[in-house]
Design a protein around this ligand. Structure first.
Ligand code: NAG
Ligand code: NAG
Ligand code: NAG
Ligand code: NAG
Length: 497
């Protein structure tokens, strides 16, 4: 009997701290140190910094720690120099072979990969690192490279290897095509993907075909574009439309628009968020309530973000640079700020229509104007990436020109308070996904609103967002949707027949 008790106790200790009903996560908003002359010295400097964070997360009894995309090297080298991708890369074991690179004498794993594996073991923590993977393809006899997230378990064993599917200007990497999930000893099954992947059916929705997946780990190097393609707005919107917890670690480089790291809870709460104009890395830690069953917003979900969720200093947010999307092909109507009630329908591509129902008060002078915009078509994100997009939104602009929408002044909007905003439409259901888009002047999502998406008839969905209490300092409020079978079509509006 005694022996059994001791064995059980050992087993529990070996499995780390088990938190009933929750687990503890760390995500790192990381600024790569790129000062060393030699590329490999830069890599090792950042590996050393990662190991310090893993030690700290271990001390704080975290179950899992997530680092951003391109954190070890910065993104510039890996999109610019093929020989550096080769230099930085490592073999990554096939998860089914249960290899701990720390203990392996194979000689094919890089010093970096081995040290992460040893650190996961030493600290008894799951570690998620994004790096360049080298893979020898037997049939073509060629070495190819992947942009890969590696997951180590508490023994340092590689339990998942996710290769990015949707590359963005990453010409030296091979695009993969497999969604990946992994189970943990704390009873949570995770999906995993990288940055741009979140906007594609494969893997952002295919991963969720496994009903056991309730949480996502998400390393990113996100460039924020306003009004719709801002990091926190897109990432938060995805967690709401899918009902997952998400651990997202973003590269932190405010001068080049990279930032927005957060721990999101299923149901819309943001446990903690870090987005700031200051340089420097930051680890954020939170307990995460386990989700027993995923509940997407059918039909409606009330988003009620706890007000104390920010860990950055609001006053330096203006150091965070954003760029502006080109909305030239959007249809729009100006909000008449002299009115108290505004009801309008704005359509794009013939039959794609957004209904706006807004109440407001304004006092002169105001420094922003607002437009109600609608779009059904493709948006060009790179030479090769044209995304089938549909969007409805109330967006802030700095003057009457549509080109000024998405610009952010260095003072907050003043003089306009929205009492109520409701935006609604009935859209085609096939091959689509819709999520809320919301952004305040402090670059955080709006804290109190409702999002609904429900099937009407066989092939349509009704989608709506509406505020719950009054809003000022608003930049964006609306619906950001994707129409996957319009991907790759010529850029511009697409008419609905
Ligand atoms: C960045 O790396 C260089 C060289 O590796 C090192 O001397 C310097 O202290 C590092 N800076 C920071 C802020 O860690
Ligand atoms: C990727 O997988 C999907 C679904 O499994 C398939 O439809 C698609 O053709 C594949 N793409 C490539 C490039 O293999
Ligand atoms: C959201 O709005 C409701 C209704 O006005 C209010 O009761 C609640 O306190 C608000 N929640 C937050 C977090 O502001
Ligand atoms: C707007 O649409 C036209 C085609 O009608 C296209 O040539 C142009 O590039 C589009 N502009 C933007 C910003 O998408």
């Amino acid at each position: 009997m005694k022996i059994i008790v001791i064995l059980c106790l050992n087993f529990l200790l070996a499995a780390g701290v088990i938190h009933e009903g929750k687990y503890r996560a760390a995500v790192v908003a990381y600024s790569p140190n790129l000062t060393a002359e030699e590329p490999l010295d830069r890599l090792y400097q950042n590996v050393g910094n990662y190991l310090d964070y893993i030690d700290e997360a271990g001390l704080q009894k975290c179950d899992i720690i997530v680092f951003p995309e391109d954190g070890l090297t910065g993104w510039y080298d890996v999109i610019t120099y093929e020989e550096r991708v080769e230099m930085f890369s490592t073999a990554v074991p096939e998860p089914s072979s249960n290899v701990s690179p720390c203990k392996s004498n194979d000689g094919i794993y890089s010093k970096a990969l081995k040290s992460f594996s040893c650190s996961a073991l030493k600290n008894r923590i799951y570690v998620v690192v994004n790096l360049a993977e080298r893979f020898y393809e037997e049939n073509t006899k060629k070495t190819v490279y992947y942009n890969t997230n590696v997951v180590f378990d508490r023994d340092g064993v590689v339990v998942a290897r996710f290769r990015k599917i949707n590359l963005l200007n990453e010409i030296f990497f091979r695009a993969a095509n497999e969604s990946v999930t992994f189970k943990t000893d704390f009873g949570v099954t995770f999906g995993i993907f990288t940055c741009f992947d979140i906007t594609f059916r494969n893997p952002a929705l295919t991963t969720l075909e496994d009903p056991e997946v309730t949480d996502i780990v998400f390393p990113v190097a996100w460039f924020s574009h306003l009004p719709f393609i801002q990091s926190l707005s897109i990432h938060h919107g995805y967690t709401i439309s899918t009902g997952v917890n998400m651990l997202s670690a973003n590269l932190h480089d405010p001068a080049s628009r990279n930032g927005g790291t957060a721990i999101y809870f299923a149901g819309g709460d943001i446990a903690k968020v870090y987005l700031t104009g200051s340089e420097g890395s930051k680890m954020i830690i939170s307990d995460v309530p386990k989700v027993s069953k995923r509940k997407p917003p059918h039909p409606c979900q009330v988003i009620n973000i706890l007000p104390s969720s920010n860990v950055e200093r609001v006053e330096d947010i203006n150091g965070f640079i954003t760029s502006t999307e080109n909305l030239a092909n959007y249809t729009w109507k100006a909000v008449d700020l002299t009115q108290k009630e505004v009801r309008e329908t704005v359509c794009s591509g013939g039959k794609f229509c957004c209904n706006f129902d807004i109440s407001l008060t304004s006092t002169q002078p105001t420094n922003y104007v607002y437009k109600m915009v609608a779009y059904h078509g493709t948006v060009q994100l790179s030479a090769n990436d044209r995304l089938g997009t549909r969007a409805c939104g109330l967006v802030a602009c700095t003057n009457e020109d549509i080109a000024s929408c998405g610009h952010r002044l260095d003072v907050p909007p003043k003089g306009v308070t929205f009492g109520r905003i409701e935006i609604k439409g009935v859209f085609q259901a096939q091959h689509s996904h819709d999520q809320p888009a919301s952004l305040k002047y402090n670059l955080k999502p709006v804290s109190n609103y409702t999002f609904c998406r429900q099937q009407v008839g066989d092939d349509h969905v009704e989608v709506s967002v509406s505020t719950v209490d009054k809003q000022d300092a608003l930049l964006t409020f609306g619906i950001y949707g994707r129409v996957f079978n319009n991907d790759g079509k010529p850029v511009g509006v697409i008419n609905i027949k």
